[in-house]
Design a protein around this ligand. Structure first.
Ligand code: 6R9
Length: 645
């Protein structure tokens, strides 16, 4: 670490920051020693309640249950819109930047209010009630935000499916949570190309008989098919409905949204979040992690299809009455200076993105950055995967002109909001470290026996007690929630990540310790890719591992065993790639496929992925113990085939 020095908090930053070092220490201390009082204060400061709560928290990590502010009531859309109207009706809520650099618009809080209320009325008129699930499959357009907030207004539970997912993946998610309404667009636009959302939706809906309504936003005017009765144009539906819709009074623990995410086994799980705790921690972290100040223009480049888009494009910023920038396009279109052009155009103060984007832009050369001003920037952030210190230093020096602190935020779909993160006015930065816990978060490092280790150490990262925005369940399968998160280390929430803690108490995430890949910051279960590969009639077996990839962080490496007598050809490889894209989506495209006449298995038939990972990473000297393999000669064959792949 010595080659990457510590970056102390800039004095000018600390002078105006919400949270200084002293304040962090005192508040963190109190959040742990008097959690009830601490969280009660925060919940009253950050949220407007319809009926105040008297209970703060209760949880049982053996049963995987948690409740926060359980007897209070509130409405998310009121907190994100209505309460801001007296002071901010004409203030911009959303700056939308289109894929085309000439395309942008600003939506004020008052416009947001009328659009959300109208859509809420449309949903109601189509029979959507409190507790019903609504699937959102949208490009990055403002209507996606309206759709989310309209659901919260009437108490419907949204389930957003990333627009890059395939019809097959969309269908699985719609069916799993029995969504009966879908909101989509005719087409999306990304990097100058159109994305056939309605075509995909039609394919998915062919197997979803319960979907009675498909609301379609006209984004491009492209040619699409139409199912009378089910399909409804968004612009026609909202044309003559009231701009007022009474908000549904929600209990703090009423479900708010479901978001599917990959685990080490089986199909993706529907992570369930509830109302008050989620909104509180999203708002609080947005304010403190990004040191959000009145009037700041804040830009998170995520897609609303991921949790980062939920918490840090929509709910956190809007709960705080902030100005949030929503970007339809990609960082490299029309050129790799797009992000910095947008920063200058909209005078962005905070820029929050993924390490994979930083590495890709770093590869495009410094000039594309240094040709732009970026004077408006005050703070930079990263999320989604570990950032290598080299990329961190480049981001700091070239993008931030060595002026802007970088917040490396560690969290998960399941945690709902930041868990380990610097607070820029309080925390000295170490490149590559997510630094210290947020208020109320109690991380621990466990050894192989599940015992807490003190001081500087490395092991599995777990969380010792409940936090407000934590996962409440896996939709429709609470046992799966318990099995996945609470059974590995009884009494703890297990993150699936490994971490190191240094002598200053700083955390360094070392990556997943389970069979989950992180490809360009997107989570994917190796099992999902394997299931797609073996759907091919010529394939007997497949094993998928991650391997180090310069830009994506991890690439997808597939070992595939063809059926006896099948010729392993390049055509077959192409068909397998296409199959993964079809079943999951372009993000699941294999980077490398290697033919494997046999896979390394233990005598009980378990694939030894450790060996497959080493071969993929070309760490051949150190394969570890292979004596428990049923047939150790398989390994030599794998190494030989690696050279010919
Ligand atoms: C927010 C989000 C969660 C997994 C997580 C970890 C990795 C996220 C990170 C990070 C190192 C960071 N991860 N942030 N690793 N440093 N700052 O990404 O949610 O899609 O559920 O992924 O991503 O492995 O367990 P999600």
């Amino acid at each position: 670490m010595s080659e990457f020095p510590v970056h102390p908090v800039p004095a000018e930053f600390a002078a105006n920051a919400h949270i200084t070092r002293e304040k962090y220490d005192a508040m963190y201390q109190r959040s742990i020693s008097e959690p009830e009082a601490f969280w009660a204060e925060q919940a009253n400061e950050f949220l407007d309640w319809q009926k105040p709560f008297t209970q703060v928290k209760s949880f049982d990590f053996h049963k995987g249950t948690a409740e926060w502010f359980a007897d209070g009531t509130l409405n998310v859309s009121v907190n994100c819109i209505d309460r801001h109207l007296p002071a901010r009706a004409d203030q911009t809520a959303i700056i939308w930047e289109g894929d085309d650099p000439n395309d942008d618009k600003k939506i004020t809080y008052s416009q947001l209010s009328s659009e959300v209320n109208k859509l809420a009325n449309v949903l109601k008129a189509r029979g959507v009630k409190k507790g019903d699930r609504v699937c959102i499959y949208m490009p990055m357009i403002v209507e996606a935000t309206y759709a989310m907030l309209a659901c919260t207004r009437i108490g419907a539970v949204h389930s957003i499916v990333f627009g890059g997912f395939s019809p097959e993946a969309l269908k699985d998610r719609i069916l799993d949570s029995d969504c009966q309404t879908l909101i989509t667009a005719d087409e999306g636009v990304r990097g100058g190309k159109s994305v056939p959302l309605k075509v995909n939706a039609d394919k998915a809906l062919a197997s979803c008989p319960n979907v009675h309504t498909c609301l379609v936003v006209e984004r491009t005017g492209g040619d699409i098919a139409w199912t009378e009765g089910r399909d409804v144009w968004y612009h026609e539906a909202v044309a003559d409905v009231s701009e007022q819709c009474e908000p549904e009074e929600m209990a703090a623990e009423d479900p708010m949204f479901i978001l599917y995410t990959s685990g080490s086994t089986g199909k993706p799980k529907g992570v369930l979040h509830t109302t008050a705790g989620y909104l509180l921690q999203a708002a609080m972290t947005h304010k403190y992690t990004f040191d959000y100040q009145e009037g700041d223009v804040y830009w998170c480049t995520a897609d609303v299809g991921w949790v980062t888009g939920h918490s840090y494009i929509v709910y956190g910023p809007l709960a705080n009455g902030a100005i949030t920038l929503m970007f339809e396009g990609v960082p490299t279109y029309p050129t790799a200076s797009r992000c910095w052009d947008v920063v200058d155009k909209h005078q962005v103060n905070t820029f929050y993105t993924a390490p994979t984007a930083i590495r890709a832009l770093m590869g495009a050369g410094d000039e594309l950055v240094t040709n732009t001003s970026r004077k408006s920037l005050k703070l930079l952030g990263t999320v989604g995967e570990p950032i290598n210190p080299e990329a961190w230093e480049w981001y700091y020096r070239v993008v931030g002109d060595s002026r802007c602190p970088i917040v490396d935020t560690w969290w998960q779909t399941e945690t709902g909001a930041h868990m380990l993160t610097p607070l820029p006015g309080a925390t000295d930065l170490k490149p590559g470290s997510a630094t210290l816990p947020f208020f109320g978060v109690e991380p621990v490092i466990l050894d192989a026996e599940g015992k807490e280790v003190e001081g500087a150490c490395e092991g599995s990262l777990a969380i010792k007690s409940s936090w407000p925005s934590q996962i409440r369940s896996v939709y429709g399968d609470h046992q799966r929630c318990v099995d996945t998160y609470y059974s590995t280390y009884p009494g703890y929430y297990f993150t699936g990540d490994g971490a190191r803690r240094d002598e200053d108490g700083y955390y360094w995430i070392t990556g997943r310790v389970d069979d989950v890949l992180n490809v360009s910051g997107h989570r994917m279960g190796t099992a999902e890719v394997e299931s797609a590969l073996v759907l091919h009639a010529d394939i007997a077996e497949a094993a998928v591992v991650g391997y180090p990839h310069d830009i994506k962080g991890q690439g997808i490496y597939c070992y595939v065993t063809p059926m006896a007598g099948v010729e392993p050809t390049d055509e077959l490889k192409k068909a397998l790639v296409a199959l993964c894209v079809q079943e999951i989506g372009p993000i699941a495209k294999p980077d490398l496929i290697q033919w494997a006449p046999g896979l390394p298995k233990t005598r009980s038939g378990k694939i030894m992925r450790r060996i497959l990972r080493k071969v993929a990473a070309n760490e051949l000297e150190n394969l570890g113990d292979t004596s428990t393999l049923a047939d150790p000669s398989v390994v030599d064959q794998l190494i030989e085939n690696r050279l010919n792949r």
